[in-house]
Ligand binder design. Structure first.
Ligand code: UTP
Length: 650
């Protein structure tokens, strides 16, 4: 990553000789001959930033010399991967720590109000129009999946994107995402007749925890049908941990020659897109939209076409996807903040900050539901659609630098899409507790973090930052919690588990088919891994079968019905359901160009859901974390390998 050490630090260091510092780090001084000139520069920087404790334990030259060099290799990596280098990281940390010690409220001087956005109802005329606009626009989009997270809450041994989104077909999240993008690509290119085909690029942000396994998943599955050149992996680096208010870097408890590190958060994606040159390449090639999404939301692509349509029609520079949110619900609220000095921004405010902020600014009841039964501040689901061009931020960047007391050095701007996180401007402190009332040292080390959704914080007031609210049932069902924690979720709150994530797919597909005219039985309630969920018929389809609601509607006609115990899997672009009565399991797999009309009565013993205990280690982890498995007793399965017209009427 390119670095841009701020002018003042560089000047100060260049005027000093290492001898000026060595008195504070005698052990380092003795070891200087071991170091390369670049390492000496890094040593100077560390001493200048009051980090001499890192060398306190260094023995005489000749003892553990390799470890000493490895220490500097790590310092070099940390320095290179943070915008502005380690000195900038430490400086930002000190500022934030001082603010925190002083109890400074980050929203001091700001008054919250409800921002403007669009609320969509699945399947109505407005929704359909936005979907059409979104699909047209998709050929100018690039997708960015942030998949560097450890998933500690879920506790799954593998990477999250390798988990099945549902176990009827076993399709994993990454496959579903890639197939959804390919379906958008195909339909969007078709609509733009004469403008030639388009390849929609996908960037995946990984970390050391997920990188090699993500590559392996892609390679062993032929990139799930995408061209390998369409996919770019960007690996985020971890950042240094901090031990006290002076931002002294924490020594790894297991290795005294290592600085302890932890993930920096999904906000890294902005600076990585910038520093890798990928963003510039995309914008140079005429890409207009950058869509950021997360690793385990199996419903997201039902919401993408319409949300992109909203962005396109309203020309939003940033469009945050949101869901209705009950007052005080534990999900960030999208809020307009207006400062006394006139500054405004539309931003995610965490729920535990929103209520006190409202109370402190003339709303004695805090965050309360309005006439809709929901809080007027919609719930942020952290999927962002950003407009890649149109604003010239150069001036604005200069102002931001200066207001932070930094000198503007060379700033390269990729066609107006500027990333404030480049200089750590969007960093915040990760949660920490002080050791004692002196508020100096911490119970355990902390670090700086940055959040993808904080991007609009530093946009100028002229930027159009809006949101699109969608009903949760078709937009948001992440898999974040392990079975034990999910079972403890208070009644009425979402489990966000592998169980609820899979059931949400069946529910959404059932409701969509119902809306399209199919008679679908009501769900039954069942308990899996201690979580009570609605079990709908297991209705699944490939993204190319039903990319938009209009698409789905055009493939369903006559009197179709599906019983509650049924399963249907539609794996083909042109499968048409006409007067189909299903009571059992039906699987249709058809190549592109095979048009299959399916009707008549399909009845068999079907696929049965059976309980599994998550502690039963004889069952694969990805299955037992759901609390059920699918027993495939009997099905009608048809595969069409050649293009042509077919009719299936049992
Ligand atoms: P989560 O909030 O799910 O966090 O991240 P997590 O780290 O994956 O899981 P926990 O908190 O340890 O349980 C939201 C999205 O951001 C990505 C995740 O992969 C997920 O898609 N992420 C998170 C990163 O890419 N990098 C990070 O440093 C953190």
């Amino acid at each position: 990553m390119a670095t841009s050490t701020t002018g003042s630090t560089v000047d100060a260091l260049s005027k000093l000789s290492i001898d000026d510092w060595a008195s504070t780090a005698r052990n380092l001084r003795k070891n200087l001959p071991l170091l390369s000139p670049q390492q000496v520069e890094l040593a100077k920087m560390l001493l200048e930033m009051n980090q001499s404790h890192l060398f306190e334990h260094w023995p005489e030259p000749g003892v553990e010399d390799d470890e000493k060099r490895e220490f500097f290799d790590q310092v070099a990596r940390l320095h290179a991967s943070y915008p502005g280098g380690l000195a900038s990281y430490i400086k930002t940390a000190r500022e934030l720590l001082a603010d925190s010690k002083a109890g400074k409220n980050p929203y001091d001087g700001f008054t919250p109000s409800v921002p403007s956005g669009e609320t969509l109802t699945f399947g109505d005329d407005n929704f359909i129009q936005y979907e059409e606009a979104g699909v047209r626009e998709a050929r100018k989009a690039a997708f960015v999946l942030v998949a560097g997270g450890l998933g500690e809450r879920l506790g799954y041994n593998g990477i999250k994107v390798a988990l099945p989104i549902e176990t009827t077909t076993g399709t994993c999240f990454l496959q579903h995402y890639i197939e959804s993008i390919l379906a958008l690509q195909e339909t969007s290119s078709r609509l733009a007749q004469g403008e030639g085909p388009t390849e929609i690029p996908l960037a995946i942000m990984t970390s050391d925890d997920t990188h090699s396994r993500t590559i392996q998943l892609l390679e062993t599955n032929a990139y799930f049908g995408m061209k390998p050149s369409q996919i770019k992996l960007l690996k985020q680096e971890k950042v240094a941990c901090l031990d006290d208010n002076d931002a002294r870097l924490a020594v790894d408890p297991n290795n005294k020659y290592k600085i302890q590190t932890k993930p920096h958060g999904h906000g890294d994606v902005h600076s990585l897109l910038y520093s890798s040159g990928l963003l510039k390449e995309w914008l140079g090639a005429g890409r207009k939209w950058v869509l950021f999404f997360q690793d385990t939301n199996g419903l997201l692509f039902k919401a993408i076409p319409s949300a992109l349509g909203v962005s396109a029609i309203k020309e939003y520079h940033v469009n945050s996807l949101a869901v209705p949110r009950k007052a005080k619900e534990a999900i960030g609220g999208i809020t307009r903040l207006t400062h006394q000095d006139g500054r405004t921004m539309v931003i995610n405010v965490e729920y535990n900050q929103l209520d006190p902020l409202l109370r402190a600014t003339g709303n004695p009841d805090g965050d309360v539901n309005c006439e809709t039964g929901y809080s007027p501040f919609p719930g942020n689901i952290n999927q962002l659609i950003c407009l890649g061009d149109g604003i010239d931020y150069v001036l604005y960047i200069g102002q931001t630098y200066l207001s932070r007391g930094m000198q503007t050095t060379y700033v390269e701007v990729a066609s107006g899409y500027f990333y404030p996180s480049l200089l750590g401007i969007n960093d915040s402190l990760s949660y920490f507790r002080y050791k004692d009332s002196t508020k100096t040292a911490f119970k355990s080390s902390t670090r700086l973090e940055c959040m993808m959704q904080d991007y609009p914080k530093t946009l100028p007031p002229s930027a159009r930052v809006g949101f699109t609210v969608m009903d949760t049932w078709f937009a948001y069902a992440p898999v974040k919690n392990n079975p034990e924690d999910a079972a403890k979720v208070p009644k009425g709150n979402p489990y966000h588990s592998a169980t609820s994530g899979e059931m949400a797919i069946y529910r959404a597909n059932s409701l969509i088919l119902r809306k399209a005219g199919v008679k679908v039985d009501d769900p039954v309630q069942q308990v899996f891994n201690g979580q009570e969920v609605d079990v709908w018929p297991r209705i699944v389809w490939k993204p190319k079968w039903g990319l938009t609601y209009s698409d789905i509607k055009s493939k369903v006609s006559g009197n179709c019905s599906i019983t509650g115990n049924s399963t249907i899997a539609l794996k083909g672009q042109s499968i048409y359901l006409e007067d189909l009565t299903l009571d059992g399991a039906l699987v249709i797999d058809a190549v592109d160009g095979a048009e299959v009309k399916v009707g008549g009565s399909v009845q068999n013993a079907g696929w049965i859901i059976e309980n599994v205990d998550f502690k039963d280690t004889s069952v694969p982890e990805e299955v037992r974390i759901r609390g059920f498995k699918i027993n495939k007793v009997e099905q009608l399965e048809k595969t069409y390998k050649e293009p042509g017209k077919y009719s299936l009427k049992p």
